[in-house]
Design a binder for this molecule. Sequence first.
Ligand code: ADP
Ligand code: ZN
Length: 524
Amino acid sequence: QAVGSVHPMPAPAELLSTIFGFDAFRPGQAEIVEAVTAGHDVLAIMPTGGGKSLCYQLPALSRDGLTVVISPLIALMRDQVRALTAAGVSAGALTSGNTEEETSAVWQAIEAGELKLLYIAPERLASGGTERMLKRANCSLIAVDEAHCVSQWGHDFRPDYLRIGGLRRALDVPLAAFTATADAETREEIARRLFDGEPEVFLHGFDRPNITLRFQPKDQPRRQILSFAAARKGQSGIVYCGTRAKTEGLAKALRDDGHAACHYHAGMEADERRNVETRFQQEDGLIVVATVAFGMGIDKPDIRWVAHADLPKSIEAYYQEIGRAGRDGAPADTLTLFGADDIRFRRQQIDEGLAPPEMKSADHGRLNALLGLAEAQRCRRMALLRYFGETADPCGNCDLCEAPPELFDATTEVRKALSAMLRTEERFGIGHLIDVLRGTGTDKTRRFGHEDLPTWGVGAETPKHQWQAIFRQMMGLDLVRPDAERHGALRMTDPARPILRGEESVTLRRDTIRRAERRPAVKQ
Ligand code: ADP
Ligand code: ZN
């Protein structure tokens, strides 16, 4: 389809960050985006929350012409149009909820040939005008959300969805259908009603059961990585680092330890980088110590391990990076180190970035999700899959299944922390809250009159580092969230309310709190 186009279309990976502000594809997205962009008929089954919309929005931007999106959910369409417009994409919706001005603006954009994405409700298909309009508008792709609505046996049957097949035939364009309903019968019915031949079907669970998941708090990071690698001598592996300088130092340390290792980052000459890629691909047992720049083009099935010397940027980036291991299905190991300095570094990176405020708080959210995974209380794989919308049983192949952490009832501490937040109107960050809890007088506690609060000093018996670990776990459990617009002031979330009211209890991990005691104090 794109062949013969004279416009240089931006690459999907580039659009992913420039338009959508994401640093990595979620599981399954890259393959689907590629197939849809190439103009294949696609049926993709992804769990709710897995990120289906991106799988048609991104191809819509890298293809010529207009993409029409059929969706039964008016509120969702309006949200998406708003978000796309804010990102500078020409998108519109024709729904019963439109004002007249909105509708005429959409028509104008269509007439001018500017619109890239047009959302329509299925009811629209009943009028003959829609087909004519889409033809005139150079429609080149149909995307169908909630495709199971075409199934007459399902709960969500929408008679108008039966018209989609006819529309596709009339326009003679590729069609991409998305649903979270995975049962084989519905799938078969969708394929029969929407497509002529067989669509390319994408149905993967996100689980990669052959990959062992393991996190460790940073203690002596270099020693931790060296001993992980030493236990896997002669196997191909990748070590991801947060900075370029670190890749060189760590690669040398590995060589000194008798490994074949080299470094890789975007600051190297192109032929130097290619040389590392080729060696990694062809040699057995090479370790590449790299920044995130390494991996996109790597297609090596027998990478036996991936280690993170520094905490990745988000849970998506984590999944993508560990996912490079064990593509051959044989057992593969991973290790991710995390420490207070990483958390600070990643937060700062987000805050100092150029993204608009909503995007920054979404980035903080994705980082929090990763921190939650780092300090998960039960099976790590369950926590990871839950984030991507899948349910699972304890896996038996992660560090937490192997050695379940000791939990303790932390209801009292958590209630103290929450009440300190509320008493200070949710306007302060962790450092100040700990001062209030411990009754540590500072200029700020005096200036705001916080020394007169009933919560002043109620947590004096708990050392500062333990309070930090408690707040971190509360963040991981999503009881509190840092407010990006207010320099990390903590806000309470809904699940925290019953705890504050004394209706629910909460457990935290003992080990990370004990360990916090032994580590040097960190500023927050
Ligand atoms: P679905 O339609 O599958 O339920 P959405 O398309 O609404 O899911 O996406 C769910 C959430 O995931 C949205 O908040 C979206 O911004 C986010 N998301 C999608 N893709 C990515 C990605 N690659 N990285 C980070 N977040 C993503
Ligand atoms: Zn597990």
